[in-house]
Design a protein around this ligand. Structure first.
Ligand code: GDG
Length: 521
């Protein structure tokens, strides 16, 4: 893109942002988050810890290319880190990551104007296989998602998970030194880290956010190391979940498995002179930014190009965007599309479906199976319902740049989120943010956290093939005025509670709970 193009597009985006803020009540911005963080977190070193790093480095011919992880959570925490400084501890997995770190495995971030430090942790192939693929994704992921995939509990994976969590904790302690700090751990890869940190520094404030569901105690109790896992988690001062149900499931699991006082009124656990607060806060996306990206001239141009390349003129378009994961209900979605074409043949040749499928965790056989099933379904639907102009199902396997993804959101008349179980699901929120013309329809599984907020979507169980096919048909045939009204309301819901609200809410809860917690004498 030329300089002039870039300047035009930046101006267009700024204008859209201003217009959006002028519509409806003022919304929380990145600047509000930064201001809040400067006012309320200045006296403590901030340490964010996640498996995935905010920036990774990759060989690109002779050069080393920096890739920014564009997920909403990373963007928001990166903004706080840029405002306050501090350290982000993460597993270094870019193929050029080692080349750019200093003697302490640190690299300044963001690379163009450094404000904080990224401290990389290196894992051997065996550690990655045990801690990440084995325990986090082979045991905890299926345990926490109710999708009838049996978790695999292997002692060597558990040992590796403990060891790698210890390593993360050691590195956090090194980075903190003797200073006061607030440590914010992300997700199910790091359930034990708080315990190892607090063993050495009980005075540190440590919190974690669990991004996936927490199952009910009947399910959770099959984990052979359930006490150890809960003990690890209860070393946190605050544990966040997306929705109330996951929070109460967690408290129920503690009540059933541990000697602890569980207070369902306050949403807190007291144990060994330590209190853990449990708090539900639904994560969201940078909705204004996504809306602006979607309105930018290059996204409009890309939409037209995609339509013409895939021969989608005079054709309604459905969209699915997922990691190729068995929790996302992709085969169930395709089965319902099959039923749609069978039951409502008027859509044959007049409706096409684009599936963006990001290969994920392919070291596990369940993931390779989803990938194969997705390919087979696409082929079957294309053979069964040929469209003279182009394929009926267009499968894009690969990780697109987020900017390349936005035009797909823009052009879709329907977005299908059919997860069998999902902590939140950000795709639903991104689709709504990227549909400024309010043309479109969201078909959403009730088993996503997002369905709690987006009740006006077309909510249908992915286990109900007939119901899902009917929902697709109704979404495609809905009267344009009522569709616009519904999309407008859904979109407003996402715009009003964005990723910056979520970040302030969580960090503020962490700060406030310390003020509220009595001494545990
Ligand atoms: C976990 C929880 C929870 C997808 N394809 C591409 C691409 N994506 C991005 C989407 C979206 C993200 O991946 C998927 O987010 P989800 O929320 O749908 O799902 P998980 O990955 O399972 O995330 C989930 C989330 O954590 C946050 O707490 O909502 O429930 O399972 O942002 O845009 N991004 C790019 N190219 C692609 O091809 N750049």
């Amino acid at each position: 893109m030329s300089f002039a193009d870039r300047a035009r597009s930046a101006l267009a985006r700024a204008a859209v942002r201003t217009q959006q803020r002028n519509e409806g009540p003022p919304r929380t911005t990145r600047a509000d988050l930064v201001e809040w963080a400067r006012a309320h977190l200045p006296d403590r070193k901030l340490v964010v810890v996640s498996n995935r790093e905010p920036y990774s480095h990759h060989h690109d011919g002779e050069r080393i290319r920096t890739v920014r992880n564009a997920g909403g959570l990373t963007v928001a925490l990166d903004a706080v880190m840029q405002a306050l400084g501090g350290v982000w501890v993460a597993h270094g997995n870019g193929d050029a990551d080692r080349q750019v770190v200093d003697a302490f495995d640190r690299v300044p971030c963001p690379p163009e104007h450094p404000r904080y430090s990224l401290r990389r942790i290196w894992l051997t192939r065996e550690e990655h296989a045990g801690y990440y693929a084995g325990f986090a994704n082979g045991a905890l992921w299926p345990l926490c998602h109710i999708v009838y995939v049996r978790p695999r509990f292997r002692l060597e994976d558990w040992k590796s998970y403990q060891e790698v969590n210890r390593r993360f904790a050691r590195v956090v302690l090194e980075e903190v030194g003797d200073e006061p700090a607030l440590v914010f751990l992300q997700d199910y890869h790091l359930a034990l880290a708080a315990k190892y940190i607090k063993e050495k520094r009980p005075d540190l404030q440590v919190a974690m956010f669990w991004h996936i569901p927490w199952p009910n105690p009947e399910v959770f109790r099959v984990l052979p190391w359930k006490h150890e896992l809960l003990e690890g988690m209860l070393a946190n001062d605050v544990i966040g979940f997306h929705i109330q149900r996951h929070s109460t499931n967690f408290l129920d699991s503690v009540a059933e498995s541990m000697e602890a006082r569980v207070d369902f009124e306050r949403m807190a656990v007291d144990r060994d002179r330590q209190r853990t607060w449990v708090h539900a806060a639904a994560i969201s996306v940078d909705a204004d930014e996504i809306a602006a990206m979607s309105e930018a001239p290059e996204a409009r141009r890309a939409e037209i190009e995609i339509r013409s390349e895939l021969q989608l003129q005079d054709c309604k378009v459905g969209l699915g965007v997922d990691r190729l994961d068995y929790t996302k209900g992709i085969p169930e979605r395709f089965e319902a599309l099959d039923r749609l074409f069978e039951k409502y043949p008027e859509w044959q040749g007049r409706f096409a479906f684009i599936q963006v499928g990001v290969p994920s965790r392919i070291e596990l056989k369940e993931y390779r199976n989803v990938q194969l099933a997705t390919r087979r379904w696409a082929e079957r639907l294309n053979n069964r319902y040929p469209r003279p102009m182009g394929p009926t199902v267009h499968l894009i396997e690969g990780n697109l740049d987020f900017r390349e993804l936005v035009p797909y959101y823009r052009l879709a008349d329907l977005c299908a989120v059919t997860s069998l179980h999902d902590g939140m699901n950000l795709v639903a929120k991104e689709y709504l943010s990227a549909s400024p013309d309010r043309e479109g329809s969201l078909v959403l599984s009730p088993f996503t956290g997002a369905a709690r907020e987006l009740e006006r979507a077309s909510i249908v169980s992915p286990y109900d093939c007939e119901g899902l096919a009917d929902a697709f048909h109704h979404a495609l045939s809905e009267d344009p005025d009522s569709r616009k009204e519904r999309m407008g309301a859904l979109r407003e819901t996402v715009l009003r509670r964005n990723i910056f609200d979520w970040t302030i809410e969580l960090l503020d809860t962490i700060v406030r709970t310390r003020l509220r917690t009595p001494g545990m004498e």
